[in-house]
Structure formats: structure tokens, C-alpha cells
Design a protein around this ligand. Structure first.
Ligand code: IVH
Length: 704
């Protein structure tokens, strides 16, 4: 073809016409190869030849920038990863793990599992144990044995499609091996970069004058989330499977059996994966791996233990975002010594004054640390931390670095005890320690009493509002919130949704701000638009009401279904005992949460801010996960000694089927499930004419 002959001509000697012709030919040819490679799994030329085509294209474009075509292969390399990938909803949520730091935490985890399942101390409870890989998780969906979709974890519910990129990873087969492959099988695991490959990549980056990656994890994430798969292909990523998502049939009855099947299908399972009989076995493997950790060719940050029996995993289910049947046992954090230069007081969204240690920068476990948390004023006093001290700093995984202790021998003679401020450093309002109603003791946290007049609180509330588990607005992070806040453009949540309308009359408009351009501006407004419809639990969490975390937000959503429902009960409960009792009857809602909710809706400015927001957005009615179940929406009370299941299991099961579990019987109770020796609750149910079920009847009702 024409291009071939021209390609031997040095770029500098091409005429404009020749260059234009060649660019057209290259665009078409590269697109054809991309499609052969990524869509049909059938590359037509060796990688080196493909790379040569791309280099030639780039060289001509550099020489003749005015000739760059709209369909130029270069233009498929964008700048903002998160906006560029198609989103995909996971068939089964991708969860995270709870952490254990000490052997006692592991024992406690196993104790919880035993209690939940009603196992005795003699019953065996085998686990699997394997290293926790420090990479990013991915889900690989195979249909009829072919890889049809690869997705990142994203927020756990929705991830990004990275199929073409995943196909460039040698560890990930395009087809599963073996004959007993389930029709639909999603394999989940960790994409990571080995140390040697990371070092080589950073050397290349340096040679090309490009920014270096901080660690292999970031390098892996940056490489997988490339719009141009040829870049991913040039970066050696690897994969370890550690579980599965949707499956038309699960190839085994235990975690270990399924992992063995996954290995047979052709995916790498970590060589240190083991089945162990008990905690002792898990802890022994932990000790062994911790010893060899530094010699492993990739980063790990702990071990993961999972209950081996799948029927038990099924019964154990999940809390919020983590399974009850697994835990991550983290390795001891890395430490270093440095000097404390200053203590800065930050004000959080609830007014909490948090002391932050400003440190002489020091490398801890491969990351430069210059800030660490000091938690609260009691902690500073307890550790007797003074400005100028040499301090031991530690960091573990993603958690904020901490000050462990002071190196007392090296304390400067003139170091003075730190005096914690009793006024807010931002707004000057008094900062007080409230008295805990239950314990009668002063709260450890000192809080600014400035409420809305305190800019720090308003700012932090907005940051929380847009954060990942709340509205999750791409491109609107802490830095952007600060900038919009400083410019007076966003002061309350509703302002976020009116920003685009006001942008045209801004001088200058956002796209002309430093660090912004037409593309990032458009991306931001698109991301905001995408959140005009929001799920109720997210909204409730986003409001940043004290004591209302994700789990409580979900519980409130499930109980009251709409934001009006929540507002109504909160307002009613301020005056009316019955409404208050209705709220408190929900298992999981206690005095503290009730008080916080009532307090929030009692404030006119909170109601106004919420109303302004609700004029801009649409809140989805809460759909119970199992709206069709026979007990969806019903209120159930369990009482007496249950023998067919444990109390926590009964509650979890009922909630999963959409029922509300209450702690006390009232006229609103639909069912009382009574075990042996049921007392006052059973009596009350009979008096009120509430339907009483035996355990067997309950099981029959919910379908066994
Ligand atoms: S199991 C439902 N096993 O750690 C449980 N996770 O902190 C799913 N991870 O999102 C996780 N190595 O990306 C599991 N051997 C391992 C792992 C592992 C790394 C990641 C995973 C998860 C995160 C949770």
C-alpha cells in the first residue's frame, strides 16, 4: 500500500501532501490493527511493528502539527482517566475487607463468626489464608469461557470497563482452559506490578522526562486505566485471582476448591495460598510470609483469611461493604524517626478540632510523610508530645500516618508542653468538650461551636458531600471544593448543581481558570449532571449528620423509604413520643442517632439547605433489595431462645429480605418470632394481637 513506500522517507523530507497522505493511511491502518487486537483477539502484526507505526505517526504529527487528523491515533490518549471509561454496574458488588492488626483481632473475628453460625468451640472452622496483594482489584467476566468484560472496582457497585487493557495482561487468558467452565463466571483478583518492572518503568519515565510513579500500586493503577491500550500493553502488569463474582455455577463447595478450579481455568493464584485448620494455622502462615515479605517480587500489605466453607460464607453474608466471612490481617506498620516542627489545628465538618503534626519530611515504607495525626488533645497530653521533639512516625497501608511516641532522650531543653486552643482557629468561636450523656465524662473531641458561621465546617461538609461514598462527583475533590469555596461559588450543596448555569456569566469562566480547560470544565459539569439523580442512602450519608454513617443511612432509608419520610419522622419525633418510639424501635437506631437526626432537622438552616438541594436533584425511592420477598417492609421482633439460627443471623437474614427488625413489640409489629422461654415480648404481642410465629413457621414463611 501507498504508505509503505513513503514510510522509508525521513519525516523531515516529506512534502506537506505526502505527510497528509501518510497520516491518513496510518490512522486507518492503526485503527485496523487495534480492532483486530482488541475486538477480535487476533493481532495481525508483531508488537514491535505496531509500535513502529505509532511512532511514525507521532513523528509526522510533531513535524506537521497542522495536519493532525480528527481520527488521529494520538487523540485516543486523553488526560483524565476517570471520565473516559465506560461505567459498568457489577453483577455482584465488589467489596472491601475489615482489618485486623493483632492476633487478638483475628481471634475476635473468628469468635464473631462462631457466634453468628452458632458453632461450639469444638466445631472445626477451616480458613483459607493468602497474601493481600497491594494492587488494584479487577473483575474479569467470562461468558462461555471467553473474556467479555474486565472492570475496575470503582465504588464497589459501579466500575470502569477496561476490557481492552486487561486483554494486554499476559496473566489474563482471553479464554478459560478446561471443559467444566461455568457458562458465566466472573473472576476477581488483583492487578499489580512487580518491583523489577516498576523500577524499569520509572527509569523509562525519567529518561523521557515524564513524572515518576510513587509506588508499584500507583503505577499499576495508572497503567490499567489508560485510554490507549497500547500504553497498557507496554507496561508489564500481572494478575492474581483471589475470588469470584457472578457465577452460573460455582465450581466447588469451599473457597479452596473454587480457587483450585480457577487455577485450572488458567488464572494465577498466589503460590502462598493455603487452606488452614484454625487460627493457629493462619497465624503461622502470617509469620512465615512476614519473614519473607521483603524478598517477594511484589508488594503485599498483609494476609487475607476467609471462611473456607461456602455454605457458611453464604449464611454469614455482609455488613455494609465487607463480608463477615473474611478479614485482612495487616502487617506491622513501618516506622521512622523525625522532628515535629509544629502542631496545626484543623477543623472538621462536625467542628471537631484535630491536631495535625507537621513533620520534617521522612520516608516511611517508601512514602514521604510530612503530616501525621495526633488524634485529640488527650492523646497529645498522654504522649506528652511537644513541638521540637523527635518522634516515631508510623504508617500502615492507606491509613493516615501516626505519631507513636516521643524519643524522650532527645527532647530539646526548651520544649514546652502543648497548650490546646479553646477557641476555633478558623472562626474564633468557643471550642468545647461536650459531656457524654451516657458516661458523664467529657468527650475526647473539642468542637467549635460556630456551626454555620464557621467556614471550616461549611467547607469540610461540602468535601464530605462530594466524596466517594456520598455524591461521588468525579473531578470535584478537596482541592476543587476549596477553590470554589474561596471564590464564593459554592457555599452549600445546592450550589454545586447551579454552578453550570452560573458559569457563563462568570468572569473568567471556569475553563479559563488555572488548571482548567474546556475539556475538564465539560467533564465536571457532566459528572455533576450524572448525580442529579441519587440513591436515598447516599443522600442521607452525604448530609453529614453526626453519627449517621453509611450503615445507619441505609437503615434509615430502608425504614422510611423517601427523604420526606425521614424528614417527617425526625420532625415529628421532636415533639411526639410515639414518633420517637417508632424511630427508636428500629434495631440499630439508638438515642444518639435519634438525637442527631432530630437535632439536624430542628435547625431551620439545615432544612433550608436541604430544600434548596432537593429543588435541584431527584432522590430515588429506596428499593429494598428484595421487594418481592414475603416479608419485605414487614416489622419483625425476635424473642426467646432461638435454636434454628443465632440472633445476629436471624436479623441479617430478615434484613436481607427487606424486613425491619425491631427490638420491642408495638402495634406496628407484624410478626413476633418466639423461641423457647419467650417472656414479656411474647406477652405483649398476644395482648396487641400481633401475629406470633415459631421459628419453623418463620422459616417456612421466608422460604427455608
Ligand atoms: S478478598 C469480598 N483477597 O483488598 C472480599 N482481597 O481491602 C474481597 N485484595 O478490594 C476481597 N489481595 O482488592 C481479597 N488475597 C486477597 C486480596 C484482596 C488484595 C484487595 C481487594 C479488596 C481489598 C480490600
Amino acid at each position: 500500500m501507498a504508505g509503505k513506500a513513503i514510510r522509508s522517507v525521513p519525516v523531515g523530507e516529506l512534502t506537506v501532501e505526502e505527510a497528509a497522505t501518510e497520516l491518513a493511511a496510518l490512522a486507518a491502518e492503526i485503527a485496523r490493527h487495534d480492532s483486530a487486537y482488541y475486538q477480535d483477539d487476533a493481532p495481525r502484526i508483531p508488537d514491535a511493528e505496531y509500535d513502529a507505526l505509532r511512532l511514525r505517526n507521532r513523528a509526522i504529527e510533531t513535524h506537521f502539527p497542522e495536519l493532525r487528523r480528527e481520527d488521529s491515533p494520538e487523540l485516543r490518549v486523553g488526560a483524565q482517566p476517570s471520565e473516559r471509561f465506560e461505567k459498568v454496574r457489577h453483577a455482584r458488588a465488589m467489596l472491601s475487607l475489615d482489618n485486623a492488626f493483632a492476633p487478638e483481632d483475628v481471634e475476635e473475628f473468628l469468635g464473631r463468626v462462631r457466634r453468628f453460625l452458632g458453632l461450639s468451640a469444638e466445631d472445626g472452622l477451616a480458613l483459607t489464608a493468602e497474601p493481600k496483594i497491594d494492587g488494584l482489584s479487577a473483575s474479569l467476566r467470562y461468558e462461555a469461557g471467553r473474556l467479555v468484560l474486565a472492570a475496575t472496582r470503582g465504588d464497589g457497585e459501579t466500575g470502569e470497563t477496561v476490557t481492552a487493557n486487561a486483554k494486554t495482561i499476559a496473566d489474563i487468558p482471553h479464554r478459560l482452559a478446561g471443559r467444566s467452565v461455568p457458562g458465566i463466571f466472573e473472576i476477581r483478583g488483583e492487578v499489580y506490578m512487580a518491583h523489577a518492572d516498576f523500577a524499569a518503568l520509572n527509569e523509562r519515565q525519567a529518561a523521557e522526562g515524564k513524572p515518576l510513579f510513587a509506588n508499584p500500586r500507583n503505577a499499576a493503577a495508572g497503567s490499567l486505566r489508560q485510554l490507549d491500550p497500547s500504553i497498557t500493553r507496554a507496561r508489564p502488569l500481572r494478575f492474581f485471582a483471589h475470588g469470584w463474582g457472578e457465577a452460573s455455577a460455582v465450581p466447588g463447595r469451599t473457597q479452596a476448591e473454587v480457587m483450585a478450579a480457577i487455577a485450572e481455568f488458567g488464572l494465577p493464584v498466589n503460590p502462598y495460598f493455603r487452606r488452614v485448620e484454625d487460627a493457629a494455622g493462619a497465624l503461622a502462615l502470617y509469620a512465615e510470609i512476614e519473614r519473607i515479605r521483603a524478598d517477594l517480587p511484589y508488594d503485599i500489605d498483609g494476609m487475607v483469611y476467609k471462611v473456607d466453607r461456602l455454605d457458611w460464607q453464604e449464611r454469614l453474608g455482609f455488613v455494609a461493604r465487607a463480608p463477615r466471612w473474611a478479614i485482612a490481617h495487616k502487617f506491622a506498620p513501618e516506622q521512622a524517626i523525625t522532628r515535629l516542627r509544629a502542631i496545626e489545628i484543623q477543623v472538621g465538618r462536625t467542628g471537631a478540632l484535630t491536631p495535625v503534626a507537621k513533620l520534617e519530611p521522612v520516608t516511611v515504607g517508601g512514602v514521604v510523610v510530612s503530616n501525621a495525626t495526633l488524634h485529640n488533645e488527650d492523646e497529645i497530653a498522654r504522649k506528652d508530645v511537644r513541638i521540637g521533639d523527635r518522634v516515631v512516625v508510623q504508617r500502615a497501608g492507606d491509613v493516615i500516618p501516626q505519631i507513636v511516641r516521643v524519643v524522650m532522650d532527645e527532647r530539646p531543653a526548651d520544649a514546652e508542653p502543648f497548650v490546646f486552643p479553646d477557641h476555633c482557629p478558623v472562626c474564633g468561636s468557643a471550642a468545647v468538650r461536650e459531656t457524654n450523656a451516657k458516661t458523664g465524662r467529657a468527650d475526647v473531641v473539642r468542637r467549635c461551636t460556630g456551626g454555620l458561621v464557621c467556614e471550616a465546617q461549611a467547607r469540610e461538609r461540602l468535601k464530605h458531600f462530594v466524596s466517594r461514598d456520598a455524591f461521588d462527583i468525579d473531578g470535584l475533590g478537596d482541592k476543587q471544593v476549596d477553590a470554589f469555596f474561596d471564590a464564593g461559588l459554592i457555599r452549600q450543596p445546592a450550589d454545586i448543581f447551579t454552578l453550570e448555569g452560573r458559569n457563563a456569566s462568570l468572569d473568567p469562566p471556569l475553563r479559563e481558570w488555572e488548571g482548567w480547560g474546556p475539556v475538564s470544565e465539560a467533564n465536571l459539569f457532566r459528572a455533576i449532571e450524572a448525580r442529579r439523580t441519587i440513591a436515598l442512602p447516599r443522600l442521607l450519608f452525604a448530609l453529614g449528620i453526626r453519627h449517621i454513617g453509611q450503615t445507619t443511612a441505609r437503615l434509615l432509608a430502608a425504614s422510611f423509604e423517601t427523604i420526606d419520610g425521614v424528614a417527617r419522622i425526625a420532625r415529628a419525633a421532636a415533639e411526639d413520643e410515639a414518633a420517637r418510639a417508632e424511630m427508636l424501635a428500629i434495631d440499630g437506631i439508638g438515642e444518639t442517632v435519634a438525637q442527631a437526626l432530630i437535632g439536624f432537622f430542628a435547625e431551620a438552616h439545615n432544612r433550608e439547605a436541604l430544600e434548596a438541594l432537593l429543588r435541584e436533584i431527584e432522590v430515588e425511592r429506596f428499593e429494598r433489595p428484595s421487594a418481592g420477598s414475603p416479608v419485605a417492609g414487614k416489622t419483625v421482633v425476635f424473642t426467646g431462645t432461638l435454636t434454628r439460627f443465632t440472633r445476629p443471623e436471624a436479623k441479617a437474614r430478615a434484613e436481607a429480605l427487606g424486613a425491619k427488625v425491631a427490638g420491642s413489640v408495638s402495634a406496628k409489629t407484624d410478626y413476633v418470632v418466639a423461641g423457647a422461654e419467650a417472656g414479656s415480648k411474647l406477652k405483649k404481642a398476644t395482648e396487641l394481637g400481633v401475629r406470633v410465629l415459631s421459628e419453623e413457621e418463620w422459616l417456612a414463611l421466608i422460604g427455608g
